[in-house]
Design a protein around this ligand. Structure first.
Ligand SMILES: Cc1ncc(COP(=O)(O)O)c(C=O)c1O
Length: 446
């Protein structure tokens, strides 16, 4: 029986972290990559649906860098297109190219709600651009955010509902706290927070902000809260409420775009946003992002007093050539159908394992990025997630990692699928998942 605290095997891991610590805070380039002194993973290579560390451990990877990999690591079609583009043309020179319009034309063929678009280098930048455009267009300052959402690491988006410190049985709302130090208190005052799928709370937030809401910003399927999904009725109400209140609806499709369907959540729900943000799957792992939507709204980006948007690396040819190739593949092949089929099959295997162990369980979200919730009901919002057995899930996930399957041990991160997972051995998955859950249950404190 495995211990929940034993490190994953890896002779060089701790030494690598120790070396890196001399040069980077926490020894990692991003806070969330620190998994503890013995368990912080250093990856040597990536291929298809797998990653391999410096000690020769290979994992089938369902984390996929938090979602960008949609075809597979080192997809030769995308990589060849990038290499050809930068060898023939270069990377950036601070002027325009034709690749920008190539990308947008393909993107618009998949996402009919986009009239015009601007590029960015990360999801964070795309959200910043969309929110600035919304404020510029409406002349209003406030935004409404949905609890459990994540919109990148910039001050006004770095406030969250404190579920850890919230006692659901005592009633009342969870406190809204900053992610950490360094976030100005003033940035808190720019946002109202509401639970997903609660139309009354949404209406009350609009009332409280008294005509000064520039936009509601949400992930309709919460890729950062176990893929908890909006209901159709909520989406319809949200759309109507935004229009009635003169606020814009910004759908953050950084995780869902080009993953849950060719046209993202807006295709699944049949509801249109005024502005949409994209990143991640758009470039199959190359750094590229975008935001866009209604032409009249985006036209507020203009000279002489309009909204300013840009940046040195905006529309660089590395990211854009990757996006051009990736979107073309997603638009013209059955890659996403494959991703969905494999995701369904994996959910089937996991469901069978949970049943065998007598565990109530729910899947949330679509097969390409599904959340697993050990509990009696599908969470309808982030607060509901607190009632799920997330500690048991974490133990299960850590046992899977020890068995060669990589995923985020936190059940707020979904399982991400890519086309290369089509070669997954479902029998192998069933065997390791069964053992992982048996060990997790054995190790539960009695
Ligand atoms: C929905 C959503 N929006 C924005 C971001 C920020 O994107 P990035 O990390 O590329 O800045 C993320 C990142 O995970 C995300 O999931």
């Amino acid at each position: 029986m495995s211990s929940l605290t034993s490190p994953f095997p890896g002779a060089s891991r701790a030494a690598r972290l120790q070396r890196a610590r001399q040069h980077m805070p926490m020894g990692v380039a991003e806070n969330y990559r620190y998994w503890g002194d013995d368990q912080t993973i250093f990856v040597k290579s990536m291929q298809g649906g797998s990653i391999t560390d410096f000690d020769g451990n290979t994992w089938v990877d369902f984390r996929l860098g938090y979602g960008p990999i949609i075809l597979g690591y080192r997809d030769p079609r995308v990589d060849a297109a990038v290499v050809a583009c930068i060898q023939e043309r270069g990377t950036i020179c601070g002027f325009s190219s034709d690749v920008e319009v190539d990308v947008i034309e393909t993107l618009k063929s998949m996402c009919p709600n986009i009239d015009t678009l601007r590029f960015a280098n990360s999801g964070t930048e795309a959200v910043m651009g969309a929110v600035r455009v919304a404020r510029g267009f409406t002349g209003r300052e406030h935004i409404i955010q949905v609890e459990g959402g994540f919109h990148g690491l910039y001050d006004e988006m770095m406030w969250k509902s404190d579920l850890e410190g919230w006692d659901a049985s005592a009633g009342g709302e969870p406190a809204v706290i900053p992610f950490g130090r360094g976030i100005p208190r003033a940035s808190r005052s720019l946002s109202g927070f509401v639970p997903l799928n609660d139309t009354a709370a949404l209406d009350a937030a609009f009332d409280a902000l008294d005509g000064d809401v520039a936009a509601v910003v949400l992930e309709p399927i919460q890729g950062n809260a176990g893929s908890i999904a909006s209901t159709d009725a909520y989406m319809a109400h949200l759309r109507e409420a935004c229009t009635a209140r003169g606020a814009l609806l910004i759908m953050d499709e950084v995780k869902t775009g080009f993953r849950v369907a060719k046209g993202g959540v807006q295709e699944l729900y049949g509801v249109h946003a005024d502005l949409t943000t994209y990143a991640k799957a758009m470039g199959n792992g190359y750094p590229v992002a975008a935001f866009g939507g209604r032409r009249d709204v985006m036209d507020v980006i203009s000279p002489n007093g309009g909204v300013v948007h840009g940046g040195t690396y905006t529309a660089n040819l590395i990211g854009l050539s990757a996006a051009r190739a990736t979107l073309e593949i997603l638009a013209t092949t059955d890659a996403l159908a494959t991703v969905n089929r494999v995701g369904e099959a994996i959910m089937g295997v996991l469901g069978g394992v949970f049943d065998r162990h007598g565990l109530a369980h729910q899947f949330a979200g679509p097969p390409s990025m599904f959340g697993v919730h050990l509990g009696e009901t599908v969470p309808q919002n982030y607060r509901d997630w607190k009632a799920t057995q997330s500690t048991l899930y974490e133990a299960f996930a850590k046992n899977l990692i020890r068995s060669g399957l990589m995923l985020e041990p936190d059940s707020r991160e979904p399982w991400f699928l890519c086309e290369a997972h089509a070669s997954l051995d479902l029998g192998w998955l069933e065997g390791i998942a069964d053992r992982a859950m048996a060990d997790a249950l054995d190790d539960l404190p009695r």
